[in-house]
Design a protein around this ligand. Sequence first.
Ligand code: SF4
Ligand code: SF4
Length: 444
Amino acid sequence: MNTATFKGGLNLPGYKENTERLAIVPASIPELVYLPLVQHIGAPCSPLVKIGDQVKKGEKIAAGQGFVTAPIHASVSGKIKAIEKMGHPGGNFVTSIIIENDGREEWAATVKPRAHPGDLSGEEIRKIVWEAGIVGLGGAAFPTHVKYAPVEGKKADYIILNGAECEPYLTADHRLMLEQAERIITGLRYILKATDCQQGIIAVEENKLDVIKHLQEILINDKQIRVQPLRVKYPQGSEKHLIYACTQREVPVGGLPLDVGVIVNNVGTAFAVAQAVEEGKPLIERVVTVNGTGIKKPANYLVRIGTLFSHLIEESGGYQGETEKIIAGGLMMGKTVFTADIPVVKGTSGIVVLAHTAGTVKKETSCVRCAKCIEACPLFLEPTTLVRLAKRGFWEQAEKNNVLSCIECGSCAYVCPAHIPLVQYIQRAKQAIALAKKGGGKKK
Ligand code: SF4
Ligand code: SF4
């Protein structure tokens, strides 16, 4: 197989065998759903409803100001029970709309199939994607319509659908590509139209041979879309590395994929686009993998946005052994959360629960100058230097050493024999630099 890849990277154990062959099943719909007003990058939403209002499934209940934002829709029909702050997978507290599910599953009148979706213009498709509240479902949660908006002097030569799913334990994209291949391809055709682009690529790691074969069979005579098998390597799904692997184009430091003529979307995003364009369905559910050594029955679920992690963990038979950590997202780039009473949001691709095993809690020791972190970094940074600067608060020096290019992939911390939480120090430096740029802090 003619596989593509990038320079560097790590060979990680996949830990996907528990769920990669399990079909997506609908999770039970909870009695209460919790919809945070921030589920995307950009302007937060404000409620369009008040306590006591009756809402229908798919009804728009919150929207933000400006262009870089994404509206939020009711994921169940029922009554608005509360609008209050609660825990969010991002680690903070966010005002959330809580809906008491009436069990009727009544759709809003706005949700109905479109008679002639093929006749829509690119601009009309972009508007539908915005109105449907679609964001990047790979975890970044960037509003999708913003990626599609025309930019003067720039043109997309390729739309790449990211089906790499290089994070250990996650199989949501794998299953979606296998079970909904036609809809994903349909979504990609609408994206091509919305962006006035001629070439589509669906990029899949070669450990998902069933998906590659299935897609290639469907696309056998297609001149516009091709399947690009990728080497199994971490972080193959990172936007910059994916673009390089598929096109040999390098996104400059501080640049965007469109600077090199590329737009990247997750495969789940393309599926959501097809549903929005053809069925008028907003983003109210997504596929979530629940997996890890600390879970009794790992599974791939179709989940209503706003379902609590604890609900899904219970649905998966509950915890197994003593829980060491719960991660929102993947093992490497996901965020450790301190409670399972937080909701699935649009960007939640997985819930990984790790059980405590003897010796798993590693104590940080001094750097032994082995340079393993430098060898592992897919961006050719010097993580050990960045951490030294971050520990001393030398933010300006850290910036000169390209700390802002770090994609927080965790490869450096994974290989570090001294168990230094390199990513945490790097994040601290990035936050301090961002604050200083806003005028809220001092650069040393
Ligand atoms: S420095 Fe950043 S990009 Fe490089 S390995 Fe560490 S986390 Fe990944
Ligand atoms: S891998 Fe860890 S111990 Fe080795 S140089 Fe990097 S920070 Fe130091």
